[in-house]
Write a protein that binds this ligand. Structure first.
Ligand code: HEC
Length: 146
């Protein structure tokens, strides 16, 4: 009994270490000046909204929950982040032309308005990722002015 508990504990520790090192490895780090909010001088509310709701998938500064380093959530998170970053990375706004910047912001507005982002299966685990209609309206109004 004691032996099996020790074995399981050791396995869990191994898994956590193994997957957390692979989750952190290869994490690009962009200078703050390249981020959307700095480049476009976004107001504090816009900044707060995207940090709270979108940054775990669409930025170089995710705030991982504890289970992010444990298989299988580590795999799912990495998979989502890869796909999400290919579409939109708020930390690398300097790579976008002014035209693309506008398109991405309007896309973001559409995704929020239609309730497609953040992803539905992410929301039950992240109470902080709820968007109020006021927040969505504010983001969209601002996006249309860019
Ligand atoms: C749990 C991870 C996650 C969160 C949180 C998240 N997204 Fe996404 N997002 C994705 C993934 C994955 C894709 C790629 C979907 C695909 O390829 O089918 C994506 C795609 C997008 C796209 C591109 C859509 C397209 O069709 O080109 C936009 C725009 C977007 N997200 C905006 C946002 C905004 C704005 C937020 C915050 C309100 C947000 N996302 C939060 C995972 C996330």
């Amino acid at each position: 009994m004691i032996l099996s508990i020790a074995t399981i504990t050791a396995l869990v520790i191994l898994l956590v270490f193994h997957s957390s090192s692979s989750a952190i490895a290869g994490q690009p780090c962009s200078p703050p000046s390249a981020s959307m909010e700095v480049m476009l001088k976004a107001d504090p509310q816009i900044k707060n909204t995207i940090h709270r709701v979108c940054f775990n998938c669409h930025s170089d500064q995710p705030k991982y929950p504890w289970y992010a380093s444990i298989w299988p959530s580590s795999l799912l998170i990495q998979h989502d982040r890869q796909k999400a970053l290919a579409r939109l990375n708020f930390s690398q706004w300097d790579r976008l032309s002014p035209e693309m910047s506008r398109i991405r912001l309007l896309d973001a507005c559409t995704m929020m308005t239609e309730g497609k982002m953040p992803l539905w299966y992410y929301r039950p685990f992240h109470f902080e990722a709820r968007l109020s209609s006021q927040e969505i309206q504010h983001f969209c109004a601002w996006a249309h002015l860019q």
